[in-house]
Design a protein around this ligand. Structure first.
Ligand SMILES: [Zn+2]
Length: 251
């Protein structure tokens, strides 16, 4: 028994040394592949229980046709240009935002933009279609509530607003990264029509509730920009989750 434990410990130390450490804020290893893939995020980790037992999980398959039409928008977006700190957190490339002026007002509550990051392929689907990438802009209220703005990315014209990020993506994991100037308002598509629903974080601890605003009009990135991200993160998307009894509205 002792021998087995020792070899198990040695094995895990070896695995840690050989693969990049993919620890969440709680220090628990999780991944998109292998033994720590999304079907195992809650295994033995009470803090991640929502990943398996939550009833309002994200992402979901979005359908414009079945969305409820509403008369007025629940949200307004107020983003501008500013500086971000770019880093590779082992799961994605993330841009931490420190400007206080980037906000979303959702149902009368102000949410400040905290960070944005990328997934490939897209996590949500729209009318059965998956996109090469999806951008998530994570906004937090003073009381700790979260609203995420999701934007699909399709292959097309190079994205000038994202070039300061993609010109030199952080290829290896680090806790601090380079500064970049990004016009965050310029990241958004012209059409702000969105599918809005209540979901969760798409990474451990899969916390609920999260207000999701997923814009229907995709933005574009060049083949090279997408390939640059895929060279670092080949696949970092969580599979689709059950809709259960949720209503998606179109605003
Ligand atoms: Zn995300």
């Amino acid at each position: 028994m002792k021998k087995f434990l020792l070899s198990a410990i040695a094995g895990s130390l070896l695995a840690t040394a050989m693969t990049p450490a993919l620890a969440s804020e709680s220090g628990v290893h999780w991944s998109y592949h292998g033994k720590a893939d999304p079907t195992h995020w809650a295994d033995g980790v009470p803090a991640n229980a929502a990943c398996s037992s939550g009833q309002r999980q994200s992402p979901i398959a979005l359908s414009e046709a079945s969305a409820q039409r509403v008369a007025s928008k629940d949200f307004t977006i107020h983003y501008e240009a500013g500086s971000v700190a770019l880093l590779n957190n082992g799961h994605t490339v993330q841009a931490n935002v420190s400007d206080a002026n980037d906000t979303i007002v959702f149902k009368g509550e102000t949410y400040k933009l905290d960070q944005f990051h990328f997934h490939t392929p897209s996590e949500h689907t729209l009318d059965g279609q998956s996109y090469p990438m999806e951008l998530h802009l994570v906004n937090k209220s003073s009381s700790g509530r979260i609203t995420v703005l999701g934007i699909f990315i399709k292959e097309g014209e190079g994205n000038p607003a994202l070039e300061p990020v993609f010109v030199d993506l952080p290829a290896s994991q680090a806790t601090a990264g380079r500064q970049a100037q990004v016009d965050i308002a310029a990241l958004l598509p012209n059409d702000k029509k969105a599918l809005v629903y209540t979901g969760s974080l798409t990474t451990p601890p899969c916390s609920e509730p999260v207000n999701w605003i997923v814009l229907e009009q995709p933005i574009t990135m060049s083949k090279q920009q997408i390939a640059g991200f895929k060279a670092i993160f080949h696949d970092n998307h969580r599979p689709l989750q059950k809709l259960n009894h949720r209503q998606v509205s179109e605003e």
